[in-house]
Design a binder for this molecule. Structure first.
Ligand code: ADE
Length: 235
């Protein structure tokens, strides 16, 4: 997959691509990326990217010209163009899966109050919100969306990890422990030391149900246990 990111703050994006699992995916050639500072597409002395809104109101609006030029320079019409915004469609795991099948994605990182509507009308395929709260930067939300997408691409993380995690089934994840066996007077649950795979699997199903009930009860409405887990729950 190729990802283009249009931003006024390239360093915020750069560190994400240069670290951890994303850095490995880039090294393996699974992901290629290009960070474009759309301020480079301004030609006035102050390299102005924003202006006051027509009709009045608070804050500034990103001007259309630098973005049109930047998007044209990368031939973004051939890509799925995403604009993260609190007024977009709510992002979730299903949406991430759908986007992970694309060959090319382009992200427009907004700042200030908004983006000239003509950019959205002409270029944007998806307006996406990552949640019902407002962030100061589209860089943060772009990183969240990219993170959720790229890890679903073949070869980025192991198939077992993907299959095992919370949202492959709607129930939340069970608690994990590692060495040491006793730390700060707290013991690892006995069952995990038993080596008894059936008991461990049953314990994990119960933990997932309990955690979901306590943290996200609404998720249980849509949850259904797979056949194996159902058996363990009934036993
Ligand atoms: N930009 C600012 N807040 C946002 C949100 N909640 N989702 C996506 N982009 C945003």
């Amino acid at each position: 997959m190729h990802i283009d990111i249009l931003t006024l703050f390239p360093d915020m994006i750069k560190s994400f691509f240069e670290n951890s699992i994303m850095a490995r995916a880039v090294e393996k050639g699974i992901i290629t990326y290009n960070i474009i500072n759309f301020r480079d597409f301004t030609f006035d002395n102050h390299h102005t990217c924003d202006d006051v809104p027509y009709g009045g109101g608070a804050g500034m609006v990103l001007k259309p010209e630098p973005l049109y030029l930047a998007l044209n320079s990368i031939d973004a019409a051939k890509s799925r163009v995403i604009f993260p915004t609190p007024s977009g469609k709510l992002f979730n795991q299903e949406y991430a899966k759908q986007l992970s099948n694309e060959d090319r994605l382009t992200f427009i990182c907004g700042h200030y109050e908004g983006l000239d509507q003509r950019v959205i009308d002409e270029w944007v395929d998806d307006e996406i919100s990552i949640g019902d709260y407002v962030l100061t930067s589209g860089e943060t939300s772009s990183i969240v969306i990219i993170d959720a997408i790229f890890r679903l691409i073949d070869g980025v993380i192991s198939k077992e990890s993907l299959e095992d995690e919370s949202f492959s089934s709607p129930l939340l994840e069970y608690p994990q422990y590692t060495r040491p066996e006793r730390y700060c007077k707290k013991n690892v649950p006995e069952v995990l030391l038993s080596g008894h795979h059936e008991r461990i699997a049953t314990w994990r199903v119960f933990q997932r149900l309990e955690k979901t009930m306590l943290s996200r009860p609404e998720v249980l409405t849509n949850a259904s246990l797979d056949v194996e887990s159902r058996k363990k729950f009934i036993e």
